[in-house]
Design a binder for this molecule. Structure first.
Ligand code: UD1
Ligand code: UDP
Length: 352
C-alpha cells in the first residue's frame, strides 16, 4: 500500500509519529509537510525527537489568511497527489493542512483516511470546526478517538467505515513518557519543583484574537499567586505584542519559548494544574492525571469534564482563578482507549 500523509502543524507531527512507525513496517509512506508551522521549535524539533522520517516534500506555505493558506496548500498538494497516485491520503486533526489535504484527495478520487474524526465543539466560529466537518464529510475512513466522536458522526449520517480505535496521542504519551523522564532537564533548567507550579498554554484564535479575552486571561494569571510556566505559542506572542499587553509584570510567571515534546511531557506530568485552551494538552493532562482548567466555552473532549478532571471556565477572571484554586478529586478511566490506536488504524486499512 502507498499512503501520502499530510502534516503541517505541531500537534499533527505528534499524532503522526506512532502511526508512521507502524505503517512503515509493511507499507510505503510519503510524508508531505505543508509548512503551516515552520519555526524550528514548532516543527523540526518534533521530527528529531520523535524520529519521524524527513518529509519527502516540503511545501513551504507558511502563515496567511485562511483562504490564502489553504488555497496555496491545495495547489501544491494536487500536483503531488497526482504525481504519486497513492492508494490513500492520510490526514490528522482539524487544521488548515487537514482540510487542504482532504479536499484535494477527495476530488482526485483518492480515498481519505481521517484520524481524529468526529470531534465537534458545535461552534462554527472556530476555524477548526469547519475543517473537521468538511474533512469528515469527504473521508472514506474515519478513525475516532472516543465513543462521543462516533456518535457525533452518526448524528451527521456518517456511519460507513467509522471506528473508535482510541486516541493516537495516548500512544505517543505511553511511548515517550519514560524517554522524557530520562532525557528532559527542563525542571532543573527552569528551577521548578515538581507539583509546585502550574503549566499554561494559550493559542486558540477565539482567545488570542480578542483583546478583552486576553486581558481577562492575563488578569486571572496575575491573581494566581503560585509559580506558573508558560511556553508561549508564536501566535499568542505576536498578538500580545500587537495589543501592547505585557506579561513581565505578572508575579511568579515564567514565559518561555515553545518547548519540544519531551520537555512538554515533563512539564505536564509534574505540574500541579494545567491551564490551557489546547485540544491536545487537555487530553495529555487527562492521560497524566493532572487536573486541567480549560480556558474555552466548549470542549470537544467532553469525557474529560466528568469528575472534574477538566473544568471548563471560558475567559471569566473569577471562574479561571476559582477553578485553579479548587481542590478536585477526579477519577480517571480508559475513555481514550488502550494506547494501541496506531496498530488498529493500520490493521483496519489492511483488511478493507
Ligand atoms: C493552528 C491550527 C490550530 C492548532 C494549532 C496548533 C488552523 C486554522 N489552526 O493554529 O487548530 O490548534 O495550529 O498549534 O489550522 N506562527 C509563527 N511560527 C510558526 C507558526 C505560526 O510565528 O512556526 C505565527 C504566525 O504569526 C501565524 C500565527 O502564528 O500567523 C498562526 O499560525 P497558524 O498556523 O495560522 O495557526 P495556529 O494559531 O498556529
Ligand atoms: N506541545 C509541545 N510544546 C509546547 C506546547 C505544546 O510539545 O510548547 C505539544 C503538546 O504536548 C501536545 C501538542 O503540542 O502534544 C498540542 O499542540 P497545540 O496545543 O499546539 O495544538 P492543539 O492540540 O490545540 O491543536
Amino acid at each position: 500500500m502507498k499512503i501520502v500523509t499530510i502534516l503541517g502543524a505541531r500537534p499533527q507531527f505528534i499524532k503522526a509519529a506512532p502511526v508512521s512507525r507502524v505503517l512503515r513496517k509493511k507499507h510505503t509512506e510519503i510524508i508531505v509537510h505543508t509548512g503551516q508551522h515552520y519555526d524550528a521549535n514548532m516543527s523540526d524539533i518534533f521530527f528529531e525527537e520523535l524520529n519521524i522520517p524527513k518529509p519527502d516534500y516540503h511545501l513551504g506555505v507558511g502563515s496567511g489568511t485562511h483562504g490564502k493558506q489553504t488555497g496555496e496548500m491545495m495547489i501544491k498538494l494536487e500536483e503531488i497527489v497526482l504525481n504519486e497516485q497513492p492508494d490513500y491520503v492520510l490526514v490528522y486533526g482539524d487544521t488548515n493542512s487537514t482540510l487542504a489535504g482532504a479536499l484535494v484527495a477527495a476530488k482526485l478520487h483518492i480515498p481519505v483516511i481521517h484520524v481524529e474524526a468526529g470531534l465537534r465543539s458545535f461552534n462554527k466560529k472556530m476555524p477548526e470546526e469547519i475543517n473537521r466537518i468538511m474533512t469528515d464529510h469527504v473521508s472514506e475512513f474515519l478513525f475516532c478517538p472516543t465513543d462521543t466522536a462516533v456518535e457525533n458522526l452518526k448524528n451527521e449520517n456518517i456511519t460507513r467505515n467509522v471506528l473508535n480505535i482510541g486516541d493516537v496521542m495516548y500512544d505517543a504519551v505511553l511511548y515517550n513518557k519514560e524517554l522524557a523522564q530520562e532525557k528532559s532537564t527542563i525542571l532543573a533548567d527552569l528551577r521548578l519543583e515538581a507539583k509546585q507550579y502550574h503549566l499554561i498554554t494559550i493559542h486558540r484564535a477565539e482567545n488570542t484574537d480578542d483583546v478583552q479575552n486576553m486581558k481577562n486571561i492575563l488578569e486571572a494569571f496575575a491573581q494566581i499567586e503560585e509559580v506558573k510556566v508558560w511556553p508561549m505559542h508564536p501566535r499568542t506572542k505576536h498578538k500580545l505584542a500587537s495589543y501592547g499587553l505585557r506579561v513581565d509584570t505578572i508575579p511568579n510567571l515564567k514565559v518561555i519559548e515553545p518547548v519540544g515534546y519531551l520537555d512538554m511531557l515533563t512539564l505536564e506530568c509534574n505540574a500541579k494544574k494545567i491551564i490551557t485552551d489546547s485540544g491536545g494538552v487537555q487530553k495529555e493532562a487527562y492521560f497524566m492525571q493532572v487536573p486541567c482548567v480549560t480556558v474555552r466555552e466548549q470542549t470537544e473532549w467532553v469525557e474529560t469534564l466528568e469528575t472534574e478532571a477538566n473544568i471548563l471556565v471560558g475567559t471569566d477572571v473569577e471562574k479561571i482563578v476559582a477553578a485553579v484554586k479548587k481542590d478536585v478529586r477526579p477519577v480517571y478511566s480508559e475513555v481514550f482507549g488502550d494506547g494501541k490506536a496506531a496498530e488498529k488504524i493500520v490493521e483496519a486499512i489492511e483488511h478493507v
